[in-house]
Ligand binder design. Structure first.
Ligand code: ATP
Ligand code: MG
Ligand code: FE
Length: 351
């Protein structure tokens, strides 16, 4: 199968052509980030994002097709993100996909963006179901049990801010540019991690839920006491913040692996990390050591496939098509779409 994928749910306009499931191959993977359009506002502006998607999506799709060296005859289906995400962008991408599918006479697959993240590791690695997924991005922070295509269970989630969001807000608070994650990481390298003591929210409670909003508040309180805050203090605060996040994720990862072993005593556990925050080296190292301690496999797909991209959407399309015929022409674009409802009530109202 050769599938054209389209992704427009946030601030990257992306199209890709992927072939599989045998001889898995990313024939093209074109991404245009809108970061420059949003930087001056310190975050993604939905209206600007939707307009930017409209302006460029045609060209991105044409480029993806050209780079893949495929003609329309070679394409078996069109897959596009149908949610969740910023609804303006989702509408642009999904309606474009519907038009292309209709004009070219190809089946349409409406992909849940989170399902794209969840299945990426099966494109890049040899990985069987079930496995654990830790999704850590600007909009999501959750542990998922991936039992099969369309069969997900959310084991735990943040009860407030997503981790990427917490990084971005912390950066803003400390006067660092958007998107904050990479800047916080860079500053943290120069920081003294022992100077400030931040909480490890929710770790005193069982389960896999997490909380990051309190961390940011605690950091603000510490920063306020020291105003004006010098560069070294910013670095020390970044180091403390990053350490706290990494500790929370490592502890929760251990619990998630314990739970996996209870449920599947005969399956070797594997944990996959995805989302923009997976770029963070200290967080990666903590997750790897948590997995090693638990004698579990740790999989981190290449960064370009961890953050938003269309190859993961095309791949999810392939996985869905392998389950049987798909026709999502009547599927509406959805701003909210929890992954554990992927198969149920798809045409109903979003939660
Ligand atoms: P979603 O995919 O959930 O809709 P998104 O598009 O914002 O949200 P991504 O593009 O996957 O998510 O990731 C962007 C987020 O990752 C931002 O919040 C950014 O600050 C964070 N991030 C990127 N690099 C790093 C890093 N090195 N350390 C920490 N966070 C990072
Ligand atoms: Mg993004
Ligand atoms: Fe994403």
């Amino acid at each position: 199968l050769t599938v054209l994928g389209i992704e427009t749910s946030c601030d990257e306009t992306a199209a890709a052509v992927v072939r599989g499931p045998l001889d898995k191959n990313i024939l093209s993977n074109v991404i245009r980030s809108q970061i420059d359009e949003h930087t001056e506002f310190g975050g993604v502006v939905p209206e600007i994002a939707a307009r930017a998607h409209i302006e460029i999506l045609d060209r991105i799709v044409a480029e993806a097709l050209q780079k893949s060296k495929c003609s329309w005859d070679d394409i078996d289906a069109v897959a596009a993100t149908a949610g969740p995400g910023l609804i303006g962008g989702v509408i642009v991408g999904f309606m474009t996909a519907k038009a292309i599918a209709m004009a070219a006479g190809k089946p349409l697959v409406g992909v849940n963006h989170l399902e794209g993240h969840a299945l990426t590791a099966r494109l890049t690695d040899d990985l069987d179901f079930p496995f654990l997924l830790l999704l850590v991005s600007g909009g999501h922070s959750q542990f998922l049990l991936v039992r099969g295509v369309g069969d997900y269970e959310r084991l735990g989630t943040t009860i407030d801010d997503a981790i990427g969001e917490a990084f971005d807000k912390t950066a803003k608070l400390l006067g660092l540019p958007y998107p904050g994650g990479p800047h916080v990481e860079k500053m943290a390298k120069k920081g003294d991690v022992t100077r400030f003591r931040l909480p490890r929210p929710l770790l005193d409670r069982p389960g896999l839920d997490m909380s990051f909003a309190g961390l940011k508040t605690a950091l603000r309180t510490q920063a306020k006491k020291l105003e004006p805050v010098d560069d070294q203090t910013v670095a020390d605060l970044c180091a403390a913040f990053q350490r706290a996040v990494a500790d929370v994720l490592a502890a929760r990862t251990k619990s998630a692996l314990d739970l996996f072993r209870e449920r599947y005593p005969d399956t070797a556990p594997a944990i996959v990390v995805a989302g923009g925050v997976a770029a963070n080296q200290e967080i990666r190292a903590s997750l790897l050591s948590a997995a090693n301690d638990a004698e579990a496999r740790f999989i981190a797909p290449p960064m370009a496939l961890c953050t938003d991209n269309a190859a993961m959407i095309a791949w999810a399309g392939i996985e869905r098509l392998l389950q049987g015929p798909v026709d999502d022409m009547k599927l509406p674009p959805r701003p909210r779409w929890p992954l554990d409802q992927s198969n149920a009530g798809v045409l109903g109202a979003g939660k």
